[in-house]
Design a protein around this ligand. Structure first.
Ligand code: ZN
Length: 297
């Protein structure tokens, strides 16, 4: 599932769409990812594309009341921007744009179709999310406040709560526990001051490494952003089951592995990257968590 870092990368690829005018919208007849449609897109201008948690927020110019296109990528959704019209496999939603006399096509592909698009006048849907993890309002006080609210909750399911950690998903949450050296099953009320300090540092570190462009070559970048919308096989890729970019070009397995070695200590690993011990896993709230019994207490 795209997490904070992947959604942020998708957002960055869409910057050429800023200040372009929407000519028309095409969508798949068979399936629809468009859940709410409170207005017509034709004639609107895309002013900006922001992100909050796993949501992309397209701010649309409008006379009078505000208008937004909100997009949640679900499990396999992604956006891409092309300078030619092409109806690719798993393409569900496409906007024809014009910018400075040049046409562009903004396309949403989603292999498993768990993603959603909402054309709405209000961003109320985002009220279920606390401060974005890249914003200044997301700080240690916020995390400590969350911990105080759920003393009986286990750490990893707490880290998956989108209200407190918008955008954090399964692999990042597992890695935060690993880097904080705390078991994912530890109850929040059992965390000491030292633990919560380590937790905060681990959160910052995982987000920072995930956001770094360095170590993420273009192919890998495309791979992260688009691979899973197309499917395919990746020989030897430890990290994703698919290793094609959004144009069907095979991914760079070496780059995938380098990325994984840099960011991930335990997630889907056989051995702990830090100490070499066998990595264990446990199911929490129907999601698997990976941990090292030696490094995490
Ligand atoms: Zn270890």
């Amino acid at each position: 599932m795209p997490e904070l870092t992947e959604v942020e990368r998708v957002r960055k690829t869409l910057s050429p769409a800023m200040r372009s005018k929407i000519i028309c919208m095409n969508k798949s007849e068979a399936t629809s990812v468009l859940r709410t449609s409170e207005f017509s897109l034709a004639g609107k201008v895309i002013n900006s594309v922001r992100r909050h948690g796993k949501y992309l927020i397209f701010d649309l110019s409008t006379k009078g009341s505000p208008a937004y296109m909100l997009s949640h990528l679900g499990m396999t959704g992604t956006w891409s921007l092309d300078d030619s019209k092409e109806w690719r496999p798993y393409l569900h939603f496409q906007l024809e744009l014009v910018k400075e006399g040049k046409k562009l096509w903004l396309s949403y592909t989603d292999r498993r179709r768990f993603g959603n698009i909402f054309l709405v006048r209000s961003k109320a849907r985002l009220n279920t999310l606390g401060p974005d993890m890249l914003s200044k309002s997301f700080n240690k006080e916020w995390v400590d406040f969350g911990i105080s609210q759920y003393p009986k909750k286990e750490l990893k399911p707490f880290l998956m709560m989108q209200y407190y950690f918008p955008g954090l998903g399964n692999y990042m949450a597992s890695e935060v526990c690993a880097r904080a050296c705390i078991l994912p099953t530890r109850k929040l009320k059992m965390l000491s001051k030292k633990d919560t300090d380590a937790l905060w540092e681990a959160i910052k570190e995982v987000v920072r490494i995930g956001m770094e462009e360095k170590g993420l070559p273009y192919k890998r970048y495309k791979h992260l952003a688009g691979a899973r919308s197309l499917g395919g096989n990746c020989n030897g890729c430890k990290w994703f089951s698919t290793c094609q970019d959004s144009f069907g070009v095979e991914g760079n397995t070496k780059a995938c592995n380098e990325f994984e070695d840099k960011l991930l200590l335990v997630y889907k690993h056989e051995r702990c990257e830090r100490c070499g011990s066998k990595v264990k896993n446990v199911e929490q709230d129907k999601r698997m968590s990976w941990f090292c019994k030696k490094c995490q207490k």
